[in-house]
Design a protein around this ligand. Structure first.
Ligand code: FAD
Ligand code: 2HG
Ligand code: ZN
Length: 500
């Protein structure tokens, strides 16, 4: 194909026929948009958004999108696809950043957006049961009315699905406070590749009866089944939320500030996010608004506190800021005075991914690194890009900027290279350099976004052979035909010789 010249479609998989489409229309009904049919009808424009990812980097050629409305429909679809050897790719809000949510070739897209009901909420325990296709922000809005919060928040909340969040084991902005989904998910319902419905939708915290199989689906990126329902423990929503934004002169000082924040703000600390000055300058170039602080600084941090006593929390935060200012750990800072300011400060952090795409594209590396060395990667990659003469202001330079930001509290850096176009010369500087850099420090080449098609060939930099071997056996057990997720016959863990 034009899109993936080095990949070959596995011809053991069937080509879609009119007969297949007729079956799906019978199961889902042909009215509405439950079936977007590009096989018997011309639906190219309608199929486009399902074929392309959020970054406009990965493109498939699916000719059929199915939007099931119930678990039974998902089951019928998968059973049939398994029998007929039709490859599929599950899709939530299509906000994933590793090309995992779009087809590689002509896989059928199973889009979960019609499964969007909230089923129950227990006001005493805080457990919520909802369909996988519910939009994160919608669920969180529902929970807000009940005085609770979804234990995950991220910049894509307006589009991403909670099923997609589980499938990628998304981390987000408050992991430091609410922990990983592996801890907060109570149960799931999932449809396995052969159509079997696995009902593990418990709403209780404890259940030590054998293997905890739901955990395999969290972070599996849809490779062993489709999550159809989610049961999750939702914490009490804090009545008092405060946000501070400050500037610092070195990464040493960022680390000192983090230590102080943990010790002085302790139980009310709910986010500690890092942004370098370069990322903030690029955001400003796109938005042309006033930056939160007057002067420029090489680093910025955003701190959020969430507690139950506004005055007490505010006083604590102010005392912290005064202390770190006196000790010259931070150079300048501002505390949001109202909800509008709070949102505005957050937007300088949450808005980074979108703004960086402004010039044409972004190379993204989502890595875990021991915290002391976290920022060195950005400096090293910047130096290499400059050396290669790739960074500049004119169209002859593919690279607009090399920036770093991320979840300081989780040792999770986002190295982003904003480009005017995706170009081989840039890729040659980045890979395998970045992966080798990470492996040397025993870090992770994908801290929270998953493997998708972007990182699957590099799993060996972060996992040993025995672990990868076990993963392959699990894939083989659930999906012997390798029909789920990417690969049309090559599981995402196997296709090491093929690169985009
Ligand atoms: P999709 O993109 O549709 O799918 C992602 C993967 O999951 C694909 O492999 C797909 O096949 C699979 N999948 C989707 N739904 C299901 C299902 N029901 N069952 C089985 N498999 C399924 N990630 C973070 O971890 N932290 C962040 O802070 C963060 N911020 C982001 C900010 C922005 C602006 C954007 C665009 C993305 C961000 N992400 C972040 C990436 C993150 O992975 C997604 O936003 C989100 O978790 C994916 O949900 P989705 O519904 O869009 O899934
Ligand atoms: C974030 O933290 C997301 O904003 C996206 O994980 C990071 O785009 C990225 O690299
Ligand atoms: Zn992130």
């Amino acid at each position: 194909t034009e899109t993936y010249p080095s990949l070959k479609r596995d011809e053991r998989f069937a080509q879609l026929t009119e007969e297949h489409v007729a079956y799906f229309k019978e199961v889902l009904g042909s009215s509405g948009s439950a079936v977007i049919d590009g096989v018997t009808a011309d639906a190219e424009a309608d199929l486009e958004p399902f074929n392309e990812d959020w970054m406009h980097k990965y493109k498939g050629q699916c000719r059929l999108v199915l939007k099931p409305g119930s678990t039974e429909e998902v089951s019928k679809i998968l059973r049939y696809c398994n029998e007929k050897k039709l490859a599929v790719v599950p899709q939530g809000g299509n906000t994933g950043l590793v090309g995992g949510s779009v087809p590689v070739f002509d896989e059928i897209v199973i889009n979960m957006s019609r499964m969007n009901k909230i089923h129950s909420f227990d006001e005493v325990s805080g457990s919520l049961v909802a369909d996988a296709g519910c939009i994160l922000e919608v669920v969180d809005g529902f929970l807000a009315q009940k005085g609770h919060i979804f234990p995950l928040d991220l910049g894509a909340k307006g589009s991403c699905h909670i099923g997609g969040n589980l499938a990628t084991n998304a981390g987000g902005l408050r992991l430091i406070r609410y922990g990983s989904l592996h801890g907060s998910v109570l149960g799931i319902e999932a449809v396995l590749p052969d159509g079997t419905i696995m009902n593990d939708l418990g709403t209780l915290r404890k259940n030590n009866t054998g293997y905890d199989l739901k955990q395999l689906h969290i972070g599996a990126e849809g490779t062993i089944g489709i999550i159809t329902k989610v049961s999750i423990q939702c914490p009490q929503r804090s009545s008092a939320v405060n946000v501070a934004f400050f500037g610092l002169e070195s990464f040493e000082k960022v680390q000192l500030a983090f230590r102080e924040a943990k010790s002085q703000l302790s139980e009310i600390l709910s986010a500690f996010e890092l942004m370098d000055g370069k990322s903030q300058n690029l955001v400003q170039r796109v938005r042309s608004g006033k930056k939160p602080l007057e002067d420029d600084h090489p680093f910025y941090c955003l701190i959020e506190t969430s507690g139950s006593n506004g005055e007490h929390d505010y006083a604590k935060l102010e005392a912290f800021l005064e202390d770190v200012m006196t000790k010259e750990i931070i150079s300048d800072g501002v505390v949001a005075q109202d909800e509008t300011q709070l949102k505005s400060l957050w937007s300088w952090r949450e808005g980074i991914p979108e703004c960086l795409g402004h010039w044409g594209g972004t190379y993204k590396y989502d890595v875990s690194i021991p915290i002391r060395e976290m920022y060195d990667l950005v400096d090293d990659v910047s130096a290499k890009m400059e050396e290669a003469g790739l960074v500049g202001e004119t169209d002859a330079h593919p690279v607009v900027g090399v920036v770093g930001y991320g979840h300081m509290g989780d040792s999770n850096l986002h190295l982003n290279v904003a480009v005017r176009r995706y170009e081989e010369a840039v890729e040659k500087v980045l890979e395998p350099y970045v992966f080798e850099w990470i492996a040397k420090r025993s870090g992770s080449i994908s801290a929270e976004h998953g493997l998708g098609i972007a990182k699957k060939n590099f799993i060996g930099y972060s996992r040993d052979d025995a672990t990868i071997g076990l993963m392959k056996q699990i894939k083989q057990l659930y999906d012997p035909w390798h029909m789920h997720g990417h690969g049309l016959g090559h599981s995402r863990l196997e296709r090491s010789e093929n690169r985009k």
